[in-house]
Design a protein around this ligand. Structure first.
Ligand code: HEM
Length: 409
């Protein structure tokens, strides 16, 4: 890092939400946006970093050259992370420059609007099946375990071409991987098993390609003259699981809680189903589940406002804070499903902007067109105050969501 920092630190990186306000970002962002929008802060990992909190600055800086994503994703917010580790080799999220562009080019045509729209009927069927199973079971159900987690995981199975008979195993392992409550050795074992499982899947697609993402990636890379190795394909497939599973699952469950806590908004949604697409954008903005990001290493000087972010320093751009910037989203701390919020930052910005955003949108749209219509009396089965939120994880959400409904539903 540079010997003389550009500016002294003015405080700590905000990580704590206000008591009783689980939907608002950590305390401190409003003041930073007003008084010190390009701040230097001390991070839990023991480093100092630039913290950019205003919407326009977040977009400007994330589209600048001179940033590297080859860093541990939550290195700033987690004291356990070793910042000398450059991130997972071959991971699209943690790669830069040509290596990143190559992976992105190979994957882009898998996430076109047309391809994702074609998944809509499958996604709807999954939602209906899981609602049927919940309604047939004894109350209370856990909406996280029984609905929010399995749906995105099964969508990824469909995308990757996991055989139907293997989907239970895949889901069991990925549920352990994404759980915050399992012992590190259990998680490490699930990680090993899923790596092995995906490696076998890749080898089987190499031998007998079918109509799925992995098979098409193999063909596309071969045709480009730069074939992908089994290991590269495993890392890519697992990046999709890691990036697409927990994010979407947490959005499903947390949005459900937010709607139940804002009954007037839920009523609007029920009365006007055409509101679903804009409601989904607003919930993405309001909840900003990628709660501590994004973290980057600065590799070339970047002028921003009155400051120069220098090569060798660290940067955090707060998506959650940018999404609450009142100069772009008036009354930003309120959930307003009629708001035009689609320019939000929940999917990031710039070269690494979420590749799976159309898929996430379709999943969320189908869920919120269906859930409260099929279960109109859906309600929390425990007091709101008893819900436990994921305060320390990369992706924010609710740990479990006990729900009940009237038997006639
Ligand atoms: C990247 C958020 C769903 C695949 C990102 C980034 C964010 C994000 C903030 C930027 C990371 C960075 O710049 O460092 C979300 C949210 C989701 C979601 C909030 C759900 C509500 C998905 C889904 C998939 C997916 C469903 C695919 C199955 C990816 C990939 C990247 C990415 C591959 C890396 C792109 C790159 O590095 O070029 N996502 N995501 N995401 N997301 Fe998503």
């Amino acid at each position: 890092m540079t010997e003389a920092p550009s500016k002294p630190t003015s405080g700590s990186f905000p990580t704590t939400r206000a008591e009783g306000c689980p939907f608002d970002p950590a305390v401190g962002y409003t003041e930073l946006r007003e008084k010190d929008p390009i701040a230097r802060v001390e991070c839990p990992a023991g480093i100092d970093a630039w913290l950019v909190t205003r919407y326009d600055d977040v977009r400007t800086v994330l589209s600048s050259p001179g940033l590297s994503s080859a860093v541990p994703v939550m290195g700033h917010a987690n004291s356990e992370v070793d910042l000398t580790q450059a991130g997972t080799p071959g991971s699209i999220i943690q790669s830069d420059g040509e290596a990143h562009s190559r992976l992105r080019r190979l994957l882009t045509s898998e996430f076109t609007v047309k391809r994702i729209q074609a998944l809509r009927p499958y996604i709807q069927q999954l939602i209906d099946d899981h609602i049927d199973a919940m309604l047939a079971s004894d109350e209370p159900a856990d909406l996280v375990r029984d609905f929010a987690l399995p749906i995105p995981s099964l969508v990824i199975c469909e995308l990757l071409g996991v055989a139907y008979e293997d989907r239970d195993q895949f889901q069991r392992q990925s549920a352990i991987l994404t759980s915050v409550d399992v012992a590190p050795e259990v998680s490490a074992q699930a990680n090993g098993e899923i790596q092995q499982f995906v490696a076998q899947l890749v080898v089987s697609k190499m031998q007998a390609p079918t109509d799925d993402l992995i098979s098409r990636l193999i063909t596309r890379a071969n045709e480009s003259g730069q074939p992908l190795s089994v290991q590269e394909l495993v890392v890519l497939a697992l990046s999709l699981l890691v990036a697409g599973h927990e994010t979407t699952a947490n959005m499903i469950a947390l949005s459900t809680v937010a709607l139940l806590r804002n009954p007037d908004q839920l009523e609007e949604l029920r009365a006007n189903p055409d509101l679903v697409p804009s409601a989904v954008e607003e919930m993405l903005r309001y909840l900003s589940v990628v709660q501590f990001g994004l973290f980057r290493a600065i590799t070339e000087d970047i002028p921003l406002g009155d400051e120069t972010l220098r090569a060798g320093e660290w940067l955090v751009t707060s998506l959650a804070s940018g999404n609450r910037d009142t100069s772009v989203f008036p009354d930003a701390d309120s959930l307003d499903l009629k708001r035009k919020a689609s320019a939000h930052l929940a999917f990031g910005y710039g070269a690494h902007q979420c590749l799976g955003q159309q898929l996430a949108r379709v999943e969320l749209q189908q869920v919120f067109s269906t859930l409260f219509t099929r279960i109109p009396t859906l309600r929390l089965a425990v007091p709101f105050e008893d819900l436990k939120f994921k305060d320390n994880t990369l992706v924010y959400g609710v740990r479990s969501l006990p729900v009940a409904w009237d038997a006639r539903t």
